[in-house]
Design a protein around this ligand. Structure first.
Ligand code: PLP
Length: 490
């Protein structure tokens, strides 16, 4: 089983190395050239639980032994998700909502970031690397906390997370400042997310820094969504939700379904494409964007152009203008043409724009549809669905739900992926149902609960009463010094 870089056919490595390296040295992403050559045996998966399905999916992507895979999956999810189905499917108006937010931080990133540390730990033993791994992550809110929870107390790993001091919500900041675990460190930066992100990126190419870490037997790795080890776990819930529709007689095995996905970095929806490639009967993958609708424009016209204003929306986890994982789709729809992908990415880097051929656009449109919703649409959808169905959508899921309603395909069953608990974005959800207010988020959480009776997730409840364990704030040019200094504590 061999992975290669999307941009260079000669950079080939095994699955363990792909997980440990995260990104290829010339900037490409790791992909399986043979994706889809081996298919899932869907018929035999009907009636199996999340763990069993996950094991079968993982076998197609990593060369670990059956026991290793089983251990990875169980360590990742057992006792860590509040619903025993891990990703339950809920019926709503003849469509379905796939709830991905039952993990330790109430965002869908938990699904990938719970399994990635287990895959990392196992990969280290496979390649016989004696060094430990240090995960460095810059976060605008959700990824950092989910990564911290995933890597917390996982052997042979340490994690440090940096966030913009004034750039995250109160709930997000409190979630990170109260982080537990012997191998975790969290630090705020005076600056914005880009400052934190570029600080980290510089360290990843700082040879002197990496040499110094090696003298302490430490190698760097990253937890962001270009790591194939974060993408593979997300393929599982597409399969699980499909099987659930079969066992509950909503569809017959082989019927095709649509998935509507609130999209930012294109990771989640790409996992749906992977699921289709390994044999899941998918009609359309519907890419839902907010007002940062660079992907919407691309999927309609074949022109990807990030030269536009970056807009702050009520669905901040989708505020993104460079959707990194799109590169993997371009690789596959171009027939694994590394040189072509490299030329598109070069255009993007130099001009902020690229354009695919008509033929490739057609191929993409055979599988992908798209729509977008602005903030007003999003908030009105939350209000409408709550008042009509007593179901509370978060802002990201509401973007997708609006796109579903705008493009309703009655010929197929439709599944909307729900990526966050409404309490993770309390203020926007509360003000969708009520007048604007300047009360703090924890007060609003309780008010929203009183009003809707929707349970507050345990990990968010009483968050304001937890002990603050991480108070450090530094300047952005102090990151390297900080890391070397604090490494000894972990
Ligand atoms: C990250 C995130 C998304 C976007 O997912 P991608 O895989 O980046 O497309 C959507 N909703 C929420 C709540 C998220 O945290």
């Amino acid at each position: 089983m061999i992975y290669e870089s999307t941009r260079d056919i000669n950079r080939k490595i095994n699955p363990s190395e792909a997980i440990l390296q995260g990104l290829s040295v010339e900037g490409g992403l790791f992909v399986l050239r043979d994706l889809g050559k081996n298919k899932l045996d869907l018929k035999n998966l009907v009636g199996k639980n999340y763990y069993e399905v996950a094991e079968e999916v993982l076998k197609l992507f990593v060369d670990f032994s059956e026991q290793e895979i089983k251990a990875c999956v169980e360590n990742a999810y057992k006792g860590k998700f509040s619903n025993e189905k891990i990703t339950p499917l809920v019926e709503l108006n003849d469509s379905y909502v796939l709830e991905l937010f039952n993990g330790p931080t109430s965002a869908f990133k938990d699904v990938g970031l719970s399994l990635l540390p287990q895959l990392t730990k196992t990969a280290l033993t496979k390649v016989n690397d004696k060094n430990d791994i240090l995960i460095l992550t810059a976060t605008s809110g959700d990824t950092g906390k989910a990564a911290l929870e995933g890597f917390k107390d996982v052997e042979r790993t340490k994690i440090m997370v940096f966030y913009p001091n004034d750039g995250v919500s109160t709930v997000q900041k409190t979630q990170m400042q109260t982080q537990e675990g012997k191998n975790t460190k969290v630090c705020a930066i005076h600056g914005n997310f880009d400052d934190a992100q570029s600080g980290i990126k510089e360290l990843f190419v700082d040879e002197e820094f990496k040499k110094e870490l090696l003298t302490k037997n430490i190698k760097l790795s990253s937890a962001n969504s270009i790591n194939i080890g974060r993408l593979i776990p997300q393929v599982v819930y597409y399969v699980v939700s499909y099987l659930e529709l079969v066992t509950t007689d909503k569809i017959k095995l082989g019927d095709k379904v649509n998935f509507v996905v609130p999209t930012g970095n294109f990771g989640n929806i790409l996992a749906g494409y992977y699921a289709e490639q390994i044999g899941l009967p998918v009609n359309k993958l519907i890419c839902a964007s907010n007002n940062n609708n660079v992907l919407y424009d691309f999927l309609k016209t074949g022109v990807y152009d990030k030269n536009r204003d970056f807009l702050k929306t009520v669905s901040p986890s989708m505020d993104i203008l460079i959707s990194s994982n799109l590169e993997r789709l371009l690789y596959y729809v171009s027939g694994c043409d590394n040189a072509y992908v490299a030329s598109l990415m070069k255009d993007l880097k130099e001009t902020g724009r690229f354009e695919v051929t008509k033929e490739i656009l057609n191929r993409i449109q055979e599988k992908f549809q798209t729509g977008f919703a602005d903030d007003l649409d999003t908030k009105q959808t939350i209000k409408k669905i709550y008042e009509k169905d007593s179901y509370l959508l978060d802002t990201h899921t509401a973007v997708a739900y609006k796109v579903l309603l705008d493009n309703l395909d009655k010929e197929h069953v439709n599944v909307v992926l729900s990526t966050a608990s409404p309490y993770k974005f309390t203020e926007s959800v509360y003000t969708s149902l009520n007048e604007a207010t300047n009360e703090d988020e924890f007060t609003l959480m309780n008010k929203l609960h009183e009003q809707t009776k929707v349970a507050i997730p345990e990990n968010l409840k009483d968050l304001d009463k937890k002990v603050i364990r991480h108070k450090d704030v530094i300047n952005k040019n102090e990151m390297k010094k900080y890391i070397l200094e604090k490494l000894g504590d972990l």
